[in-house]
Design a protein around this ligand. Structure first.
Ligand code: HEM
Length: 148
Protein backbone atom coordinates (compact mmCIF):
# COMPACT_ATOMS: atom_id res chain seq x y z
CA UNK A 1 0.00 0.00 0.00
CA UNK A 2 2.90 2.37 0.71
CA UNK A 3 4.36 1.66 -2.73
CA UNK A 4 0.92 2.28 -4.29
CA UNK A 5 0.67 5.65 -2.48
CA UNK A 6 4.22 6.63 -3.49
CA UNK A 7 3.61 5.75 -7.16
CA UNK A 8 0.22 7.52 -7.15
CA UNK A 9 1.89 10.61 -5.62
CA UNK A 10 4.63 10.59 -8.27
CA UNK A 11 2.01 10.25 -11.02
CA UNK A 12 0.01 13.16 -9.58
CA UNK A 13 3.12 15.37 -9.13
CA UNK A 14 4.09 14.71 -12.75
CA UNK A 15 0.55 15.58 -13.94
CA UNK A 16 0.51 18.84 -11.98
CA UNK A 17 4.01 19.81 -13.20
CA UNK A 18 3.00 19.04 -16.77
CA UNK A 19 -0.13 21.18 -16.49
CA UNK A 20 1.74 24.12 -14.92
CA UNK A 21 4.34 24.20 -17.69
CA UNK A 22 1.82 23.71 -20.48
CA UNK A 23 -0.26 26.57 -19.02
CA UNK A 24 2.84 28.78 -18.94
CA UNK A 25 3.46 28.02 -22.62
CA UNK A 26 -0.16 28.86 -23.46
CA UNK A 27 0.14 32.16 -21.59
CA UNK A 28 3.40 33.21 -23.28
CA UNK A 29 2.88 31.91 -26.81
CA UNK A 30 1.02 34.93 -28.18
CA UNK A 31 2.21 37.29 -30.89
CA UNK A 32 1.38 40.31 -28.64
CA UNK A 33 3.97 39.14 -26.03
CA UNK A 34 6.67 37.92 -28.45
CA UNK A 35 10.20 39.09 -27.63
CA UNK A 36 13.67 37.54 -27.52
CA UNK A 37 13.22 36.82 -23.80
CA UNK A 38 9.87 35.09 -24.41
CA UNK A 39 11.32 32.91 -27.19
CA UNK A 40 14.09 31.76 -24.83
CA UNK A 41 11.62 31.25 -21.97
CA UNK A 42 9.31 29.15 -24.17
CA UNK A 43 12.19 26.84 -25.09
CA UNK A 44 13.06 26.47 -21.40
CA UNK A 45 9.42 25.84 -20.36
CA UNK A 46 9.11 23.23 -23.09
CA UNK A 47 12.19 21.39 -21.82
CA UNK A 48 10.67 21.12 -18.33
CA UNK A 49 7.33 20.14 -19.90
CA UNK A 50 9.11 17.31 -21.75
CA UNK A 51 10.76 16.11 -18.53
CA UNK A 52 7.37 16.17 -16.75
CA UNK A 53 5.87 14.10 -19.60
CA UNK A 54 8.71 11.61 -19.23
CA UNK A 55 8.12 11.43 -15.45
CA UNK A 56 4.42 10.93 -16.14
CA UNK A 57 5.13 8.07 -18.52
CA UNK A 58 7.62 6.40 -16.15
CA UNK A 59 5.35 6.75 -13.09
CA UNK A 60 2.43 5.42 -15.17
CA UNK A 61 4.49 2.41 -16.32
CA UNK A 62 5.57 1.79 -12.72
CA UNK A 63 1.92 1.83 -11.63
CA UNK A 64 1.05 -0.62 -14.39
CA UNK A 65 3.73 -3.04 -13.21
CA UNK A 66 3.59 -2.59 -9.42
CA UNK A 67 0.07 -1.16 -8.96
CA UNK A 68 -2.39 -3.03 -6.73
CA UNK A 69 -4.67 -4.18 -9.55
CA UNK A 70 -1.94 -5.93 -11.55
CA UNK A 71 -0.79 -5.49 -15.12
CA UNK A 72 -3.33 -7.87 -16.68
CA UNK A 73 -6.27 -6.05 -15.03
CA UNK A 74 -4.98 -2.64 -16.18
CA UNK A 75 -4.31 -3.55 -19.81
CA UNK A 76 -7.45 -5.70 -20.05
CA UNK A 77 -9.72 -2.66 -19.70
CA UNK A 78 -10.81 -1.00 -22.98
CA UNK A 79 -10.40 2.47 -21.42
CA UNK A 80 -6.70 1.78 -20.86
CA UNK A 81 -6.29 1.76 -24.63
CA UNK A 82 -8.32 4.95 -24.98
CA UNK A 83 -6.08 6.60 -22.39
CA UNK A 84 -2.86 5.45 -24.10
CA UNK A 85 -4.11 6.51 -27.54
CA UNK A 86 -4.92 9.99 -26.23
CA UNK A 87 -1.53 10.15 -24.51
CA UNK A 88 0.26 9.28 -27.77
CA UNK A 89 -1.81 11.91 -29.63
CA UNK A 90 -0.84 14.53 -27.00
CA UNK A 91 2.85 13.55 -27.33
CA UNK A 92 2.66 13.84 -31.14
CA UNK A 93 0.95 17.24 -30.89
CA UNK A 94 3.67 18.43 -28.50
CA UNK A 95 6.37 17.82 -31.12
CA UNK A 96 5.27 20.82 -33.19
CA UNK A 97 5.78 23.40 -30.38
CA UNK A 98 9.02 21.67 -29.32
CA UNK A 99 10.60 21.85 -32.77
CA UNK A 100 9.21 25.35 -33.39
CA UNK A 101 10.55 26.80 -30.11
CA UNK A 102 13.97 25.36 -30.85
CA UNK A 103 13.91 26.75 -34.38
CA UNK A 104 12.81 30.19 -33.13
CA UNK A 105 15.65 30.24 -30.59
CA UNK A 106 18.21 29.13 -33.20
CA UNK A 107 17.01 31.88 -35.56
CA UNK A 108 17.36 34.47 -32.80
CA UNK A 109 20.81 33.22 -31.81
CA UNK A 110 21.86 33.58 -35.47
CA UNK A 111 20.75 37.24 -35.38
CA UNK A 112 17.44 36.58 -37.11
CA UNK A 113 13.96 37.88 -36.41
CA UNK A 114 11.19 36.96 -33.99
CA UNK A 115 8.62 34.44 -35.27
CA UNK A 116 5.90 35.95 -37.45
CA UNK A 117 2.36 36.41 -36.04
CA UNK A 118 0.69 33.61 -38.06
CA UNK A 119 3.45 31.17 -37.07
CA UNK A 120 2.90 31.97 -33.38
CA UNK A 121 -0.87 31.44 -33.82
CA UNK A 122 -0.25 28.10 -35.54
CA UNK A 123 2.03 26.81 -32.76
CA UNK A 124 -0.34 28.08 -30.07
CA UNK A 125 -3.09 25.96 -31.61
CA UNK A 126 -1.02 22.82 -30.95
CA UNK A 127 -0.52 23.89 -27.33
CA UNK A 128 -4.25 24.45 -26.90
CA UNK A 129 -5.10 21.04 -28.36
CA UNK A 130 -2.89 19.42 -25.76
CA UNK A 131 -4.46 21.57 -23.04
CA UNK A 132 -7.87 20.18 -24.00
CA UNK A 133 -6.80 16.55 -24.40
CA UNK A 134 -4.99 16.24 -21.04
CA UNK A 135 -8.12 16.80 -18.87
CA UNK A 136 -9.94 14.22 -21.01
CA UNK A 137 -7.11 11.75 -20.28
CA UNK A 138 -7.55 12.40 -16.54
CA UNK A 139 -11.31 11.74 -16.73
CA UNK A 140 -10.77 8.58 -18.79
CA UNK A 141 -8.19 7.44 -16.17
CA UNK A 142 -10.73 7.88 -13.36
CA UNK A 143 -13.34 5.71 -15.13
CA UNK A 144 -10.70 3.19 -16.23
CA UNK A 145 -9.35 2.73 -12.70
CA UNK A 146 -12.91 1.97 -11.53
CA UNK A 147 -13.40 -0.77 -14.08
CA UNK A 148 -15.62 0.95 -16.61
C1 HEM B 1 -1.44 13.16 -19.61
C2 HEM B 1 -1.25 11.89 -19.23
C3 HEM B 1 -1.90 11.24 -18.03
C4 HEM B 1 -2.87 11.71 -17.18
C5 HEM B 1 -3.57 13.08 -17.17
C6 HEM B 1 -3.14 10.66 -16.23
C7 HEM B 1 -4.06 10.73 -15.19
C8 HEM B 1 -4.27 9.78 -14.24
C9 HEM B 1 -5.18 9.90 -13.13
C10 HEM B 1 -6.03 11.13 -12.81
C11 HEM B 1 -5.12 8.74 -12.43
C12 HEM B 1 -5.86 8.41 -11.14
C13 HEM B 1 -7.12 7.63 -11.42
C14 HEM B 1 -7.84 7.31 -10.12
O1 HEM B 1 -7.34 6.51 -9.33
O2 HEM B 1 -8.92 7.88 -9.89
C15 HEM B 1 -4.17 7.88 -13.12
C16 HEM B 1 -3.85 6.62 -12.71
C17 HEM B 1 -3.03 5.76 -13.39
N1 HEM B 1 -2.33 6.04 -14.56
FE1 HEM B 1 -2.29 7.80 -15.51
N2 HEM B 1 -2.33 9.60 -16.53
C18 HEM B 1 -1.57 9.91 -17.63
C19 HEM B 1 -0.63 9.09 -18.25
C20 HEM B 1 -0.40 7.78 -17.93
C21 HEM B 1 0.47 6.89 -18.66
C22 HEM B 1 1.29 7.31 -19.88
C23 HEM B 1 0.40 5.68 -18.04
C24 HEM B 1 1.08 4.37 -18.37
C25 HEM B 1 1.99 4.18 -19.26
C26 HEM B 1 -0.51 5.79 -16.92
C27 HEM B 1 -0.83 4.80 -16.04
C28 HEM B 1 -1.65 4.92 -14.94
C29 HEM B 1 -1.91 3.85 -13.97
C30 HEM B 1 -1.37 2.42 -14.02
C31 HEM B 1 -2.80 4.36 -13.01
C32 HEM B 1 -3.35 3.63 -11.78
C33 HEM B 1 -4.83 3.26 -11.94
C34 HEM B 1 -5.31 2.52 -10.70
O3 HEM B 1 -4.52 1.85 -10.04
O4 HEM B 1 -6.48 2.56 -10.39
N3 HEM B 1 -0.98 7.10 -16.89
N4 HEM B 1 -3.69 8.52 -14.21
Amino acid sequence: MTLEAVLASLHMLAILTLVVFLTSQAALCRSEWMSAAVVRRLARLDLIYGLAALALLLSGLARLVWGVKGLSWYVGQPLFHVKMTLFVIAVLLSLVPTFSFRRWRRTLDAGGELPAGPEVVRVRRFIMWQAHIIPVIAVVAIFWSRGW
